[in-house]
Write a protein that binds this ligand. Structure first.
Ligand code: PHE
Length: 557
């Protein structure tokens, strides 16, 4: 058997060698052909395109121009043939078409396309026969006894594995267990795999039986489906050979020089539903909390102070509160100054004189601040830094009108030149309470504050000595926050100094207790907002206004 076997081997090897040579020859021929093709297209490119020398491609603007020209002359342009005509990636053409369509220069309709691409392997099957056919041919050439398995395994893998498996399935080959060899089971075969692949290559895939086609694509992965869209382009309502430059914004210059009359503006891309009238309005969380605070003050018998002046003079904001003019809070780092009108101070001159005297030399037992008070500082217009400016105006009016005990409150906006961060903005709201009566003491202040905060649901309140230029004694207010599980600062308070009250003309035995807090802080805590920019300003989401809960203040108990 040995001699016979080896001669068969030799024949097989010769066969294989011949195959390999053939493959090599084909490969060479193919690559030469490819080279030749590239050369000629380069030369053609040189002839047809003046703008570029191949292989560098034409730019999008040039392509756009050519597309528009062709649309004008042909009436309809097909994206795929246009792309191949200009030897550019069809995706670029699609991009240009869509952008032209967005400006209504063209309109297009799209069609889904697909093709079946053969793999390199499939191409080699077409060339050399399918591996199963080659496996069969080989075994068949060895005669009746076939080929021993170890010998067969020595063939190239495509034949010995893929080909063997397929040929076994087709029942072309079989294993002879007794001799452990691969033997041919049939006399003749037709290489259907190769035939079908050829049909696909020739564009006759419809003629391949569906089941076989499916197996070639899915099981054997010899062909791949490629899908894409093709666009048929026609002239649009704004058709022109050159696209008009679209303006994005209406500028001051365009208004001044009249360019707006002829400019073409880009259309807005609005989200669906933009401009719809909302189903209903919604109350902003700050307003919900403000309303609750108001209600509490009103229930406690307080009346609201008129806070309708954001612009205030330094006089009412600081000087009446006997806050010295060189106090750091009064410089531009903390306070916003008005440019025009930079000055205004509507205060009775004799009162201004009294305030000046208190600053410079004191009186009523006080030594004052002992410096040269300047009228111009007092007259400067600023954005009020606290609502205590309004309280000062009201107390002065109370003295002028003739003292009566009173309880006042305000809730309104104040401004400070602060670095903006997640808990600070340059403007916020203050809540302020003022009680004015004869013989009030620190005990009254503590009692009123306890009552006030109890209404808010904060029953555990603590006080800490503090300093304010215009109150003595002064206390910071802390409340225990059950949700946060800690003591948080909720406000500031004190008894207005006699240096502030006496120049106003209030009787000597009148004391004024007062406290203030921000509206934002409790609102953020109550609504679980941890960045103030989510509560106030341009970044606030309307949706969050719509969705937020009722203000819990005043609803408990
Ligand atoms: N005006 C103080 C502030 O801006 C608050 C305050 C008001 C303090 C009344 C004492 C009395 O923080």
């Amino acid at each position: 058997m040995g001699a016979k076997q080896s001669s068969q081997d030799d024949a097989g090897r010769e066969n294989l060698d011949a195959l390999k040579e053939e493959i090599e020859r084909l490969r060479k021929a193919l690559s030469e052909e490819e080279e030749e093709r590239k050369k000629t297209t380069r030369e053609e490119d040189k002839k047809t395109s003046k703008t570029t020398s191949a292989p560098i491609q034409v730019d999008d603007r040039e392509l756009e121009k050519r597309l528009l020209l062709q649309t004008q002359s042909d009436g309809e342009v097909d994206s795929a043939s246009f792309a191949s005509q200009h030897e550019v990636d069809p995706k670029r053409i699609v991009g240009i078409i869509k952008s032209l369509a967005a400006s209504n220069v063209v309109v297009f309709s799209e069609t889904d396309k697909n093709t079946l691409n053969l793999t390199e392997e499939a191409m080699s099957f077409i060339e050399n026969g399918s591996p199963e056919a080659r496996a069969f041919d080989f075994v068949k050439s060895k005669g009746k006894n076939g080929v021993s398995l170890p010998e067969f395994k020595k063939l190239e893998k495509t034949i010995s594995e893929v080909g063997f498996k397929q040929a076994m399935q087709q029942k072309w080959l079989a294993m002879d267990k007794a001799t452990n060899s691969v033997v041919a089971k049939v006399e003749e075969i037709t290489d259907t795999c190769r035939t079908y692949l050829r049909m696909i290559k020739e564009g006759k895939k419809e003629e391949v039986p569906a089941k076989e086609l499916d197996a070639l694509i899915k099981k054997r992965k010899l062909a791949k489906v490629e899908t894409w869209k093709e666009y048929a382009v026609k002239r649009g309502p704004e058709f022109a050979l050159e696209r008009k430059k679209l303006e994005h914004d209406l500028t001051k210059e365009m208004l001044a020089n009249g360019a707006w009359k002829t400019a073409t503006f880009k259309e807005y891309t609005l989200v669906p539903g933009a401009g719809n009238i909302p189903a209903s309005g919604h109350v902003h969380p700050l307003l919900k909390v403000r309303r609750a605070f108001r209600e509490i003050f009103l229930q406690l018998g307080f009346s609201e102070m008129p806070t309708n002046n954001f612009v205030e003079s330094g006089f009412w904001n600081f000087d009446t509160l006997i806050q010295p003019q060189q106090h750091p809070a009064r410089d531009a780092h903390d306070t916003f100054f008005m440019k025009t009108p930079a000055k205004a101070n509507f205060a009775p001159e004799e009162y201004v004189e009294k305030v000046k005297k208190m600053h410079e030399v004191g009186g009523h037992g006080s030594v004052g601040h002992n410096y040269a008070w300047k009228r111009e500082e007092a007259d400067k217009n600023i954005l009020r830094t606290h609502t205590t400016a309004v309280s000062a105006r009201m107390l002065h009016k109370l003295a002028e009108d003739g003292f009566k005990p009173c309880k006042l409150f305000s809730i309104d906006r104040v401004f400070r030149n602060e670095a903006v961060d997640r808990t600070h903005l340059a403007e916020f709201h203050q809540v302020e309470g003022v009680v004015c009566d004869k013989g009030l003491t620190l005990g009254d202040l503590i009692g009123v504050i306890r009552q006030f905060f109890a209404q808010l649901g904060m029953t555990q309140v603590r006080f800490k000595p503090a300093f304010n230029p215009y109150t003595e004694p002064s206390m910071e207010i802390f409340a225990f926050h059950p949700m946060l599980g800690k003591w948080v600062e909720v406000g500031n308070s004190g008894m207005f100094r006699p240096e502030m009250l006496l120049p106003m003309g209030l009787p000597e035995d009148v004391s004024v207790i007062a406290w203030g807090l921000s509206l934002e802080r409790p609102t953020m805590i109550m609504f679980g907002i941890d960045n103030i920019r989510d509560l106030f300003g341009s970044k606030m989401q309307l949706q969050s206004v719509k969705n937020n809960q009722l203000c819990p203040l005043g609803l408990e108990k």
